[in-house]
Design a protein around this ligand. Structure first.
Ligand code: ATP
Ligand code: MG
Length: 575
């Protein structure tokens, strides 16, 4: 490609809304253009990188045994009513109606459509398993679209769905897809980890996310350096949190005044106890009534765990009115003692707490010297704890570390969540009918390319890992008025194309400084600079964007030298 004929315009300007480096660089390199909030055009340079990723995805999914199809972006409400998600899916679902008044949505995901296809074709265990994927535009009306392609409203996703006669077959596909994901992210030059993820209340049995560790990531990941355990924060567990030292229980709990002390810290300080000895009571509103969650004073409730445990759709912190109605006091004074008509869920972190402090369900007062066994009567303790950095690893006990991560992929054992309500079933060898067991596998195309930039850049611009680079080699003639320079650059460019190298020729009539800056900015991995000086010795300068080291190569050998660098820069399969 000749730069002068390519639609490529770089800019120094950093858009105001671009908070993260990948977003800034994608705009500055001219890869993407914002059309509306969270809605982008992929300009030619950007589309090349996305296409390279899509080619890698297709290759690796082929290896994993997945077959490509394309499903419609617009989906009829009838299918979503069958699965129950027309009512469940919130405001992220973009709904619309046609001229006949029929309801549709713009697909945020495709479980319903693919299940509808498969239930019509597959009837026997002999036809299973089936594994289908597509790379397609999704729409989710995200509340906070940001970070460019990282969290768009319209975005490209690779989504795959597998159908099985049983758990074992699903397990095989799940492993094969997981391995394909690892090869894909390796090819992208990403430093990533696979972590356990929440699979929801009615979701299937397992789910893993592929996380790119980056400060700008919106997810939190807990990892154990000791045994390799990893989970996102929604899912992370811990064991053996230290209980505060046991104290002999007072004969009776008493209510003491705590005027204006509504936070655990204030109450603990005011009463002279450690925050661990306060039992925090958090009230929630759910569709099945109010719930009170008890957790150790210095800790937080994990609302995803709580939601799964309760099996509810909606779980929101109770607003002031509801708090007053159920506890009889303003926010800050709720406690488990005598809290009638509210379901109590206690975290394991409060299990060993003796002589504790909690709200008295009256304004400006707390109980002290309370006992869970004597005063509250809980039959069981659950895991609703938000695990944090430093907490013991649930498998080996070493302290966990916490970091931010970008979720680039998510694989999920769905079980029969869709096949059962939608009647997607097969006959086994005895002629008995069963719902198919399903898996689903998502990978964000734009988000992965953005994550690759997030991890591969320097102060001058992008430093592309070769497999994702929009071009493999950039030929830069320095003096456009020197016919020899222009002619040589052109013939090197042609020779590269003939060898199958994805080359870009910077044939713009620009100053060398402008060309070098742009070359650094767009980050093409291999650069061939043609200048009058080295040409006098029949040589050109070859360098790699990654380390900037320059070497002189005879003109006749350039194409070969570039090919060698391509081999050197390509990820090698793990032995
Ligand atoms: P998140 O928690 O980040 O919203 P999700 O759990 O909703 O992600 P999935 O439904 O599992 O995401 O989608 C599969 C993949 O699609 C994600 O791993 C991510 O790479 C990508 N993805 C999801 N939402 C977006 C978005 N708004 N913009 C870009 N990519 C996205
Ligand atoms: Mg989401």
């Amino acid at each position: 490609m000749r730069w002068s004929r390519f639609y490529l315009f770089t800019t120094r300007e950093v858009p105001k809304d671009a908070e993260v480096v990948s977003h800034q660089l994608m705009v500055r390199t001219g890869m993407i253009r914002k059309t509306a909030a969270g809605i982008y055009s992929y300009l030619p340079l950007g589309w090349r990188s996305l296409s390279k990723l899509m080619a890698i995805v297709r290759r690796e999914l082929g290896v994993a045994g997945s077959v490509e199809l394309t499903m419609p972006a617009i989906q009829p409400s009838e299918l979503w009513k069958e699965s129950g998600r027309w009512a469940e899916y919130g405001k992220e679902l973009l709904r619309m109606d046609d001229r006949h008044g029929r309801d549709f949505c713009f697909g945020p995901t495709h479980e319903e459509v693919v299940t509808d296809i498969v239930r019509k074709d597959i009837t026997s265990y002999r036809q299973l398993p089936v594994n289908l994927y597509q790379i397609q535009v999704k729409f989710r009306d995200e509340i906070r679209p940001r970070f460019g392609l990282m969290r768009g409203r319209e975005f490209l996703m690779k989504d795959a769905y597998s159908f099985h006669a049983g758990e074992d077959s699903l397990e095989d596909a799940y492993e094969a897809m997981g391995a394909a994901y690892e090869r894909i992210f390796e090819a992208c030059g990403l430093d990533f980890i696979r972590v356990e993820a929440d699979s929801g209340a009615i979701g299937g049995s397992a789910s893993h996310e592929f996380m790119v560790v980056a400060d700008t990531g919106e997810s939190l990941v807990l990892r154990c350096e000791g045994c390799g355990y990893g989970a996102n924060q929604e899912k992370a567990e811990t064991k053996g949190l230290e209980a505060p030292e046991r104290r002999s229980e007072a004969a009776d709990a008493t209510v003491v005044p705590t005027p204006g002390k509504t936070t655990v810290e204030d109450v603990a300080q005011f009463l002279g106890v450690e925050p661990q000895r306060v039992v925090k009571t958090i009230l929630y509103r759910t569709e099945t009534g109010p719930v009170a969650a008890l957790v150790r004073g210095d800790r937080e409730v994990n609302s995803v765990k709580l939601k799964n445990l309760l099996g509810v759709q909606d779980l929101e912190l109770a607003e002031q009115d509801l708090v007053e109605q159920v506890s009889g006091a303003p926010v800050g004074y709720a406690g488990p003692i005598g809290l009638d008509g509210v379901r109590l869920i206690a975290d394991r972190s409060v299990e060993g707490v003796t002589a504790f402090v909690c709200g008295a369900n009256q304004p400006d007062a707390h109980w002290v010297g309370a006992s869970l066994a004597r005063d509250v009567h809980l039959d069981r303790f659950e895991d609703i704890l938000l695990v944090g950095g430093g907490d013991p690893c649930p498998s080996c006990g070493k302290p966990l570390t916490i970091s931010h991560g970008i979720e680039v992929g998510h694989i999920f054992k769905l079980g029969t969540k869709y096949s059962e309500p939608m009647g997607c079933s097969f006959l086994d060898d005895q002629g008995e009918s069963h719902p198919m067991t399903m898996g689903c596998y998502g990978l964000g195309i734009g988000r992965t390319v953005a994550a690759a930039i997030e991890q591969n850049h320097d102060e001058k611009g992008v430093v592309w890992p070769l497999p994702l680079a929009p071009f493999e080699a950039l030929v830069v003639p320095l003096n456009m008025n020197d016919a020899n320079v222009v002619g040589t650059a052109d013939s090197i460019y042609q020779a590269l194309l003939e060898k199958g190298v994805d080359a870009l020729l910077d044939d713009r009539k620009e100053r060398p400084g402008v060309k070098f800056n742009d070359a650094d900015l767009i980050g093409v991995p291999i650069r061939v600079v043609v200048g009058s000086k080295s040409l006098a010795n029949d040589q050109v300068e070859l360098s790699l964007r990654r380390d900037g080291e320059k070497k002189l190569v005879p003109i006749a050998k350039v194409a070969e030298a570039v090919l060698d660098e391509i081999v050197g820069e390509s990820p090698r399969p793990k032995s």
